[in-house]
Write a protein that binds this ligand. Sequence first.
Ligand SMILES: Cc1cc2nc3c(=O)[nH]c(=O)nc-3n(C[C@H](O)[C@H](O)[C@H](O)COP(=O)(O)O)c2cc1C
Length: 132
Amino acid sequence: MTGAVFYATRFGASEGVAKYIAGRIGADIVDLQKTPDADPEGYGKVVLGCGVYNGQVLPLVRDFAKRYADAAPDFDFFLVCALRDEKADEQLERIAKELGVGRRVYFNAPRNMMGVEGSKLELFIEHLSNKN
Ligand SMILES: Cc1cc2nc3c(=O)[nH]c(=O)nc-3n(C[C@H](O)[C@H](O)[C@H](O)COP(=O)(O)O)c2cc1C
């Protein structure tokens, strides 16, 4: 079944990651700002990604997760952020809990991870590729 990467961005970093992931796993890509009523139903793998601004994701992303709360535990979520280490982990956990998403990961400087074997981004893609 086809996968889809849903994302929202303010400055473009999340879009870059979303496009990279979608290209690697052969998934559709959906910009929530252009398609706010996008529907994940019918997709085998659903990835949701965005940046964080003053501790919050964009309302569109929250709305999407809320609208599909029943499916959200199956979403693979990525957050692009400036924080690192413990503070980034805490931020990610708080946001993932708010959104009700399942597997989650944060990327700090994701461009530096593209094509780098064993990087968080490549491991995330590997996990998505192995997901049925
Ligand atoms: C106004 C503003 C607030 C931000 N707040 C946070 C924050 O609370 N935590 C964090 O880790 N990064 C924060 N960042 C960094 C962004 O999350 C990071 O630049 C991310 O790549 C933005 O995603 P985007 O390029 O897809 O919009 C902030 C950046 C800006 C410009």
